[in-house]
Design a protein around this ligand. Sequence first.
Ligand code: HEC
Length: 122
Amino acid sequence: MSTGSLFANRVRPVLMGMCLPVALFCIGSAQLSADDVQAGKRKAEVACQTCHGTDGVATMAMVPNLSGQREDYTIIQLEAYRSGKRQHSQMSIIAQSLSDQDIRNLAAWYASIPISVTVPSE
Ligand code: HEC
């Protein structure tokens, strides 16, 4: 048996077998994440934008910006408001009405908004 046929008969089928699940996983998660972002955007329009802005840039003092924030950070903060671990007169109440899926969607939406930072020159 030559090296070529060993590759064709043994290695290639194994490699092909590994590629398909990986490809499907990638398509599946990209799809899910795009859906999350759109669902999060819709939820933010009704529940969050009055204070956090349509683009996640806060509309008033003492309200933090959310655009570009890391997804994990936003998830952890919203869960903390919901559980009572983090307390705030408004956010603690708002978070009560959010499901786990809402929290993931909202975090995906705010993380998807690109931000840029310019350090002022001295
Ligand atoms: C009535 C105004 C108001 C609304 C509506 C509101 N927020 Fe907030 N949000 C605030 C304020 C004020 C804070 C700062 C709270 C604090 O100091 O802990 C905050 C803090 C947060 C934080 C923590 C940010 C950080 O940097 O730690 C997150 C995340 C957040 N809000 C998400 C949301 C989401 C998602 C919604 C919609 C479901 C929402 N908020 C709706 C006023 C609001």
